[in-house]
Write a protein that binds this ligand. Structure first.
Ligand code: CA2
Length: 148
């Protein structure tokens, strides 16, 4: 079972800036933890990080033929990107939206997500564990729907 993990803009700075909001764990450490979690779940993960909206759109388009599902933290594009929403919808892939912070506890502009309405599910506010919970929920969903 192949899963794509997409990290959006600025997430390459994790662990290096604003640890009070986003924690001290680096993106490399998150990816290592996801690789090991995926192994335990019988899945395989591939990672992509980009600060560019267009690159994320292209990556989702490419994922259609290569992966069974996607876990995405769209970063600030969560609140602005119709293009990423459209790419997710047209991919037909199950996509789980994850956020490190609880976006609903933060500024009003973070309460709107263009992604949630086309996502299989959303996990927000559990720190880097949001990624693990999102991956586990996606793998459970794929196992339940394997023969459908
Ligand atoms: O909580 C999340 O995971 C967010 O997707 C993070 C985005 C934010 O715009 C969303 O509203 C919620 C921001 C990612 C910025 O990441 C940084 C990491 C370290 C230092 C600076 C930024």
């Amino acid at each position: 079972m192949k899963i794509l993990i997409i990290h959006g803009p600025n997430l390459n700075m994790l662990g290096k800036r604003e640890p009070d909001i986003y924690g001290a764990t680096t993106l490399e450490e998150i990816n290592a933890a996801l690789t090991s979690k995926a192994k335990g779940l019988g899945a395989e993960v591939t990672f992509f990080q980009s600060n560019s909206e267009g690159e994320i759109v292209s990556n989702i388009q490419d994922a259609m033929s290569k992966f069974e599902g996607v876990v995405i933290n769209p970063g600030a594009y969560t609140h602005t990107s119709v293009a990423i929403r459209d790419a997710i919808l047209s991919s037909g892939l199950p996509v789980v939206e994850v956020h490190i912070s609880n976006v609903h506890k933060r500024e009003d502009f973070r309460h709107k997500s263009f992604i949630s309405g086309v996502a299989l599910g959303v996990v927000s506010g559990f720190g880097v564990n949001s990624y693990m919970l999102g991956l586990s929920g996606l793998v459970d969903y794929l196992k339940d729907n394997e023969n459908n």
